[in-house]
Design a protein. Structure first.
Length: 315
C-alpha cells in the first residue's frame, strides 16, 4: 500500500526497534539512507540494525563512525532504496523479503513488495530520508547530514547527472549548514581509487566495443578480471558510468559477471534513450538515465539480447 509522509512517520513512531535492509551490491544512496535513518532513530531511543546481503566496502565506514550496529530484537523490518525485493540479495530476500513493514524508495519503477511503501521520485532516496527526518521533528546533526549528503551526492554523480534538481541543491545546502562533511564524502566517493580498482578499470576499458555507429558502447568485466586485479564487486560501483563518457555514445552498457555465473547489466543513457525502459524489457528497472537488470545465460547471449533490443530503438 502506498502511504503518505505522515503515515510513514507514524509507522516509525509506532514500533520500538527496527531492522533496516539495504539492497545488495550496496552504493552510497542505500547506505547513506540506512545509516541516516539509523542515526535519527537512535536519537529518539529506538535501536536498529543495518543489514546488507553483501559485504559493505570499507570506503563507506565513515557512515557509521561513532555509532554501533549491535543486533536488536527488532519489531519491524524496513527497506531503503530497494525497488524490488529480489534486489535485497538471495540470502536477505529469503529471510526477510516477506516480512517488510515499510519500504522507503525513490525509484519510479518500484514494485510493491512491502506492507507499506513511501515513495517520492527524488534524485536520491537519501533526499526522502531527509524529508522524513524533518517530518519526525528530529534534529539533523553532523552524522545524519553527512550520511544524507553521501546518498544525494553519489546518486547524482556529484550533482552532475541529469536527475539533479534545484531541490537537490537546496537539500545539499541545508546539509552543509548542518555540518555535513562534504569534503570527506567527495574525496572518498569521487577522488580516491585503490590500486586494485585502477587495474580492473584498465582491463575493463580494453574490452569496450562500439556499436550502431558509435552510439552504443559495451564494456565487460569478468571474474577473471576481478581475480587478476585483486579487485572486487564492492570497489567498482562507479565503473558503469565509463562507457557513456565516450564522445558520441548515447547508451553505455556494462556487463559484469557475478560469482554465480549470471551477468549483471548496468545501463547509462543520454536523452532520448531511457535506461529503465531497456532494463524493464529484461525484468530489471531503475531510473531514466541509470538502470540495471540480470541475465542467466552466457556473456555472448547476454550481449546479443541487449544489442538486438537496442538496435530496434536506436536511430
Amino acid at each position: 500500500m502506498r502511504i503518505t509522509l505522515k503515515d510513514c512517520a507514524d509507522i516509525l513512531g509506532r514500533y520500538r526497534s527496527f531492522l533496516i535492509l539495504t539492497h545488495a551490491s550496496p552504493d552510497g544512496d542505500t547506505l547513506g539512507s540506512a545509516f541516516a535513518l539509523k542515526r535519527a532513530l537512535q536519537k529518539i531511543g529506538k535501536p536498529s540494525q543495518v543489514v546488507c546481503n553483501d559485504e559493505i566496502p570499507r570506503k563507506y565506514s565513515f557512515l557509521w563512525d561513532g555509532i554501533t550496529n549491535d543486533p536488536v530484537n527488532f519489531e519491524a523490518v524496513i527497506a531503503v532504496d530497494v525497488a524490488d525485493r529480489k534486489l535485497l540479495g538471495d540470502k536477505i530476500n529469503a529471510e526477510f523479503g516477506d516480512k517488510i513493514v515499510l519500504a522507503i524508495d525513490h525509484h519510479l519503477s518500484h514494485r510493491d513488495y512491502a506492507e507499506n511503501t513511501f515513495l517520492l521520485g527524488n534524485a536520491s532516496n537519501a533526499e526522502n530520508i531527509f524529508i522524513l527526518i524533518n517530518e519526525m521533528g528530529i534534529d539533523i546533526d553532523k552524522g545524519i547530514a553527512t550520511c544524507i549528503y553521501c546518498g544525494a551526492a553519489t546518486d547524482t554523480g556529484c550533482f552532475l547527472f541529469t536527475n539533479t534538481t534545484a531541490e537537490t541543491h537546496k537539500t545539499a545546502a541545508v546539509l552543509i549548514d548542518k555540518g555535513a562533511d562534504f569534503a570527506l564524502v567527495n574525496r572518498k566517493m569521487f577522488e580516491t581509487k585503490t590500486v586494485s580498482y585502477l587495474k580492473l578499470e584498465q582491463m575493463a576499458l580494453s574490452t569496450i566495443e562500439l556499436h550502431f555507429g558509435g552510439k552504443c558502447a559495451v564494456m565487460k568485466i569478468t571474474q577473471d578480471m576481478f581475480r587478476e586485479s585483486r579487485s572486487n564487486d564492492g570497489e567498482c560501483d562507479g565503473i558503469a558510468s565509463l562507457p557513456r563518457k565516450i564522445e558520441g555514445v548515447l547508451i553505455g552498457i556494462t556487463i559484469r559477471e557475478k560469482e554465480n555465473g549470471n551477468y549483471k547489466v548496468s545501463i547509462r543513457t543520454v536523452e532520448p534513450y531511457d535506461a529503465a525502459e531497456i532494463c524493464a524489457h529484461f525484468g530489471g528497472g531503475g531510473h531514466n538515465r541509470a538502470a540495471g537488470c540480470e541475465f542467466e545465460c552466457s556473456l555472448e547471449e547476454t550481449k546479443k539480447a541487449l544489442l538486438g533490443f537496442i538496435g530496434e530503438k536506436i536511430v
